[in-house]
Design a binder for this molecule. Structure first.
Ligand code: MF3
Ligand code: CO
Length: 270
């Protein structure tokens, strides 16, 4: 299947889905404290979908049982919400998706419960910043792996982190997962040319140790084999007809974080 190119009108719909996702993640982050369970966070996300007239992207996807993925500590991604109360010091990653009018938004954040170690704080900050640098490296006329190389270059400059190889970002639109697959490592200047109307979910996943993972018996939860903690950040963004990026799942469209990297966002969706 070819890369789906979105019109400005399509991207306006994707922005509506993106805002629902961004808002839900903020609501869950606010509620996530020691003693709260990830199933309770899943309920908050499900309620927010109802409030906004949106539907879940994840529920039923290859049989996935919830609207949210919640991964704690050495669970890196695709954790299934459960009844275990969160504890101070946990590193929590929340991944959430919504559909509005047939168009998807997909985003993830990691954060600490109470106080986490400085090492885990840095793990999350490095993962987050690598995602923004990846988005900032995307430009019309450039190539897909410009993004991959920017992500890896930043992570490797910050220390010895494991970058997951088996999972990556993806095209997004009328399906959650579309072509192209976006590697979080590699050389720049390869892969498809980036054009106006492309929409991609950029999602680095890193660990404090080895990048080797396995899937638990629940058939979903991806854990680091060496039990080191992981972080995962994700935003869905597009290149607009004016050639500028816009981060569909970020409440401010990416203005602050891309601005800090010297990149202007499009005002076509504002
Ligand atoms: N948001 C995840 C991704 O970007 C997908 C979650 S898997 C699901 O790949 F089954 F929960 F949908
Ligand atoms: Co995704």
């Amino acid at each position: 299947m070819a890369i789906q190119i979105k019109s400005l009108d399509d991207l306006k719909k994707m922005r509506r889905a993106g805002i629902v996702v961004g808002e839900a993640l903020l609501l869950m982050k606010e509620a996530a404290k020691a003693g709260v369970t990830t199933l309770e966070l899943d309920s908050i996300a499900a309620q927010h979908l109802r409030d906004r007239g949106a539907t879940p992207s994840f529920l039923g996807y290859y049989g996935y049982p919830n609207v949210l993925c919640a991964s704690v500590n050495h669970e890196i991604v695709h954790g299934i919400p459960n009844e275990r109360p969160l504890e101070n010091g946990d590193v929590l990653s929340l991944d959430f998706g919504a559909i509005v009018d047939g168009w998807h938004g997909d985003s993830a954040i990691s954060f600490g419960i109470g106080e986490v170690t400085p090492e885990d704080q840095k793990l999350m900050a490095v993962c987050d910043e690598s995602m923004w640098r990846g988005i900032a490296a995307a430009s019309v006329g450039g190539h897909l792996t410009d993004i991959s190389a920017a992500i890896q270059g930043y992570i490797d400059s910050q220390g010895k982190y494991g970058i997951l190889r088996e999972y990556g970002g993806h095209g997004i639109g009328t399906e959650m997962h579309q072509e192209p697959h976006v590697l979080n490592y590699g050389k720049p200047g390869e892969g498809p040319e980036l054009v106006a109307g492309i929409a991609l979910a950029i999602e680095p996943m890193i660990t404090q140790g080895s990048a080797t993972t396995k899937v638990l018996k629940d058939e979903w939860t991806v854990v680091s084999v060496d039990k080191s903690n992981g972080a995962h950040f994700e935003q869905s963004f597009a290149l607009l007809p004016d050639g500028k990026p816009f981060v569909l799942t970020s409440i401010d469209g990416g203005k602050a974080r891309l601005g800090a990297l010297g990149v202007d966002i499009s005002d076509l969706l504002q």
